[in-house]
Design a protein around this ligand. Structure first.
Ligand code: ATP
Ligand code: MG
Length: 593
């Protein structure tokens, strides 16, 4: 192995060698050129016996010994200037390194301490050699910050790759990389470590491929539209309009009418006996205030408006709006919004269930969105991200929430004309201000080039896995504050599980290999395995698939409606998920609409 392990404390670096009998000149290099950021080292590719050492390879850190300190350099190019290979073992090479920082031995403790930046530059003739493992550990030392281990250094697998978990979470993080390199697996590893080290942390995963729940069987609850209760009155007007207009361009007149009529419906719900004048009330209820109202009242208001003599011109708008409302009310895909009839009673339950308060040992919520229409995803993500921020804000720092966005370029695309503006606003609000209130953002994307650059710039720690696209590489390169641009030239050639971590969460830009997770903890794996068996593929349940495509439930006697209170510890799909007794109890109040 390339790292010198035997070196003791305070030992003279010049004496470092693997084998005392080995010729010094063949394992050491000498600086032959140096500028402000880089140096060139003359060395040998092989020993005197003609054995190729493989010691100088791209991506490794080396030391340059100076009287006061040991300068650390990152090898980014190795060449043999004459391009000729001599079999008899005399092969001088040129090694180009980028200067990363300096290691000094602490005067009192004798421990090596790393410092970014160079105070003394290597002189021509200075000796360069492999780095000691203690020095290597010092380069990535977190200086006492609470750390968790997420893998090993690529350079030396005996050294743990540690990140400062608090800084990584609170200052937001991003995981980027092309498909299949292990982003989701890395994120599930990070989340595991995060909830282990911060038991009061809650996590909401916006999971577009329904894969994360298999990775946290004991720590998460799944929510899909069948088990989600998110009453329509918690939506803001533009979120509601997104659903109402099915993600298409809205009609301004109809939205204006909603803006007028929703507050009336809200006041009507609060003061059922109020007359028209009071209903208009001067109070501050707006179409965006999250107070309950009934759809029936809203439709009644539209009818009334249609009947008014002076509103002849509004009638087509009223008619169209009413048709739209009735269509979404009848659409089974929106049951989760409109079947919540336990209006006021469920708000705490709804919020508590989604954001795990109390968490009953399951602090992670996987919001499964595969197969949902995009307008629903847009609107619901917007509501959830908004709620997350507001909850953290109003809990006065008691509630710590991490919102993790898989495929984040879908919600926050670089092109501001794409995507749904309220979702983008809600998430960028978390990115910009969330840290102060305990609401954090985790971003996962295959295409950093398509992600809103302001979001990426708010992520203080970035784990970049293999990236093959030039534009994506350029984005990451520009995001790195410290110079190690050479590190990034490795972006296109990294292996699976490998990542370059940089930013607040690590001491120095670090090339690491994430821990190997057991099959049972890899996102999405169990789901595929349990459903598939080795065969000729004739056992596929087409009828079941078509049923799902239609998204219409089979007619069955329904004793309990969607929207009832659920046990906070049970999961969707479990037999005891909904409490029948409670539903029956409440059925007397079902005449709302
Ligand atoms: N840390 C790991 N331990 C064990 N296996 C891993 C690890 N990381 C990745 N793998 C393997 O790589 C496969 C792909 O990983 P993963 O699904 O996390 O990739 P991804 O980057 O999220 O892909 P996509 O962009 O398509 O979502 C996994 O199914 C697993 O077999
Ligand atoms: Mg993935």
């Amino acid at each position: 192995m390339y790292v010198e392990r035997e070196a003791g404390r305070g030992e003279e670096t010049l004496q470092e060698r693997r084998d005392a009998a080995q010729n010094d000149s063949r394992i050491l290099g000498h600086v032959v050129q140096c500028d402000g950021a880089r140096a060139r080292i003359a060395a040998f590719a092989d020993t005197a016996d003609g054995i190729v050492t493989g010691m100088w390879t791209v991506g490794k850190l080396v030391s340059i010994s100076l009287p006061e300190a040991r300068t650390v350099g990152l090898v980014y190019e190795v060449s043999k200037p004459d391009s000729i290979w001599c079999e008899d073992g005399r092969n001088p090479i040129e090694v180009s390194v980028e200067l990363v920082g300096e290691v000094r031995d602490d005067r009192i403790t004798g421990k090596p301490v790393f410092d970014r930046g160079i105070t003394t530059y290597p002189y021509v003739g200075a000796v360069s050699h492999r780095i000691r493992s203690r020095d290597l550990a010092a380069v990535y030392d977190l200086a006492g910050r609470p750390a968790v281990t997420i893998g090993q250094l690529s350079q030396d697998e005996t050294i743990h790759a540690n990140i400062a978990i608090e800084d990584t979470l609170t200052r937001h993080f991003a995981v980027v990389g092309t498909t299949g390199v292990g982003k989701s697996t890395a994120v599930s590893l990070l989340l595991r470590k995060a909830i282990e080290s911060q038991p009061d942390l809650r996590v909401l995963i916006l999971d577009p491929h329904n894969e994360f729940s298999t990775a946290f069987p004991d720590h998460c609850v799944r929510i899909d539209t069948a088990s989600l209760d998110l009453p329509f009155w918690m939506f803001r007007l533009e979120e509601f309009a997104e659903v109402l207009f099915r993600g298409r361009e809205t009609v301004a007149e109809e939205v204006d009418m909603l803006r007028d009529l929703i507050p009336l419906a809200k006041n009507l719900y609060r003061n059922p006996n109020a007359n028209q004048q009071l209903r208009r009330g001067g109070d501050s209820v707006t179409a965006d205030t999250p107070v309950p109202y009934r759809m029936a009242d809203l439709i009644k208001q539209i009818d009334e408006r249609m009947g008014l003599l002076d509103s002849k011109g509004d009638r087509p708008t009223c008619r169209s709006l009413k048709t739209r409302l009735e269509a979404v009310l009848a659409d089974p895909r929106y049951r989760f919004m409109f079947n919540s009839r336990l209006i006021e009673d469920t708000i705490h339950e709804t919020v508590g269930k989604i954001f795990r308060v109390p968490h009953h040992g399951r602090p992670i919520t996987c919001f499964e969105m595969a197969g949902l229409p995009s307008e629903v995803v847009n609107a619901v993500c917007s509501v959830l991200a908004r709620l997350a921020f507001d909850l953290a804000l109003w809990s006065n720092g008691k509630l710590k929430l991490l919102v993790l966005c898989e495929e984040a370029h879908r919600y926050m695309p670089a092109d501001s004309r794409l995507g749904f503006a309220p979702t983008r606003h809600a998430l960028s609000r978390i990115a910009k201000e969330g840290r102060k209130y305990g609401c954090y953002l985790g971003v996962v994307t295959q295409r950093p080039g398509e992600l809103d650059p302001t979001i990426l710039s708010q992520c203080s720690t970035i784990f970049s896995m293999r990236l093959s696209n030039h534009q994506d590489q350029a984005i990451i390169r520009s995001a790195i504050a410290d110079s190690s641009a050479s590190t990034l030239s490795f972006l296109s050639s990294m292996g699976q599980r490998e990542a370059i971590a940089f930013g607040e969460g690590v001491a120095t830009t670090m090339r690491l290999k994430f821990e190997r997770l057991p099959q049972s903890q890899i996102p999405g794996v169990q789901k595929v395995d349990s459903g598939s068996s080795i065969g000729d593929g004739d056992d596929i349940d087409l009828a079941g698939i078509v049923e799902r495509l239609r998204n219409v439930p089979r007619p069955q006697p329904q004793t309990v409606g969607i929207g009832e209170l659920v046990s906070p510890v049970s999961q969707a799909g479990e037999a005891t998920y909904r409490k029948p007794g409670f539903g029956e109890m409440m059925s007397g109040r079902r005449n709302d609409r």
